[in-house]
Ligand binder design. Structure first.
Ligand SMILES: Cc1cc2nc3c(=O)[nH]c(=O)nc-3n(C[C@H](O)[C@H](O)[C@H](O)COP(=O)(O)OP(=O)(O)OC[C@H]3O[C@@H](n4cnc5c(N)ncnc54)[C@H](O)[C@@H]3O)c2cc1C
Length: 355
């Protein structure tokens, strides 16, 4: 276990804001995890689990506590042959019980960069996570907010996670149903925040292709480029190209990706929104309005507010261009939320977690 003191959190997060953490403990073996919690307890300090910091924001005063990071990487692939009618019931990976293709069960250590998992699956022709290509961060954080993009979300293929339960001090398996997944939500970022330390995640994938219709921007791309190959590898390339054009690369440009969640509506609310002329999308998870559209319509596209640039091509993304502090970000956030609320009556909700 590596122990560091007074580490600037801005160096550990992609938004690049935030003062020092009293301690950062890097753990690369499950057996060290109880020891790390003991360390924090002995000093009477709170714990925050951090992955790649792509969905986390820290305050200027820093964190008078212990940040735990899990550094163990590695992907283990295991092929499972379908038994009649069984696989989907056993692994609860979807509605479609008609397919009898073998499931490929993949277990990934939490410290593995997420995109390596997608690359690994696509190289083997496995479908289920190809649209989640190029989402920054580590595999261990993927279930925390049920990452999603371009019509797929982690919950579609998720089976279970090995965790350390810091409340009961024991190692456990949490199954998909335990996570309570919904849009950008699980128990790990709501009712049980900071309780479970994810050690590995297990996914069930299958050979095959995503079903059409694809997400709007993928459909547009394949039409313009005359693409007929919808293999996982091809969809990965398409999604990677669309993302590279639209989203800032966190290695070069500080951001936390989408700063606000999309607005989900009931059917009645959706009818009213449509009457008002707002673009409402119906996905497999319900009716929604793209919050980026609301921000654009409120006049913020490409604006610079307190050092925070509203991304021109995807207004949901706030870029830290020259902000000096968390306060700058908070001021920009308030201005955007108030303007959208005044114009449309919707309240935007922040997506990134805060230390
Ligand atoms: C440019 C950009 C684009 C993005 N695009 C998308 C997108 O398309 N879709 C999407 O869903 N997200 C997107 N994100 C957000 C982000 O990539 C994901 O939320 C990702 O899962 C964060 O991973 P991380 O390892 O950086 O998590 P962190 O920010 O380090 O942590 C996120 C949360 O998970 C918890 N956590 C982390 N590791 C563990 C663990 N091992 N055990 C328990 N809890 C843990 C943390 O406590 C924190 O609450 C984007 C971000 C950026 C910067």
């Amino acid at each position: 276990m590596k122990i560091s003191e007074n580490v600037p959190i801005k160096e550990l997060t992609t938004m690049r804001i935030g003062g020092p953490a009293r301690y950062v403990l890097e753990v690369d073996n499950p057996s060290e995890i109880p020891e790390a919690y003991e360390f924090a307890k002995s000093k009477n300090l709170p714990v925050f689990i951090l992955g790649g910091g792509a969905n986390t924001i820290a305050h200027d005063e820093g964190f008078d506590g212990v940040i735990l990071k899990y550094t163990k990487t590695g992907i283990i692939s295991e092929r499972v042959t379908a038994v009649e009618g069984a696989p989907h019931r056993v692994y609860d990976v979807g509605e479609d019980n008609s397919r009898q293709d073998p499931l490929h069960i993949i277990t990934v250590n939490a410290g593995e960069p997420w995109d390596n998992v997608v690359a690994f699956a696509c190289e083997r022709g496995l479908t289920g996570i190809e649209a989640l290509s190029k989402i920054p961060g580590l595999a261990g954080a993927a279930p925390v907010q049920n990452i999603g993009a371009y019509g797929q979300e982690l919950a579609d293929t998720f089976v279970s996670a090995e965790v350390y339960d810091s409340k009961t001090n024991e190692f456990k398996t949490l199954n998909k149903a335990d996570f309570g997944f919904s849009y950008r939500k699980s128990i790990l970022n709501s009712t049980e925040k900071n309780r479970y330390f994810i050690i590995s995640i297990t996914l069930a994938l299958q050979k095959g292709e995503m079903k059409r219709p694809f997400y709007n921007s993928i459909e547009k791309y394949i039409e313009v480029h005359n693409i007929t190959d919808f293999s996982p590898q091809s969809i990965r390339e398409i999604v990677s190209t669309i993302r590279a054009d639209k989203l800032p690369d966190p290695a070069k440009i500080p951001s936390a990706g989408s700063f606000f969640k999309n607005i989900y509506l009931t059917e009645d609310q959706a009818k009213i929104a449509e009457k008002n002329g707002y673009p409402v999308y119906k996905g497999h998870d319900g009716f929604k309005i793209n919050s980026g559209w609301l921000i654009e319509q409120a006049g913020f596209s490409d604006k610079l507010l307190h050092g925070i640039r509203i991304n021109k091509k995807a207004a949901l993304v706030l870029i830290n261009e020259s902000a000096n502090s968390y306060d700058d970000l908070a001021k920009a956030r308030t201005e955007i939320i108030e303007a959208v609320k005044n114009k449309f009556g919707y309240t935007l909700e922040q997506e990134p977690n805060e230390i």
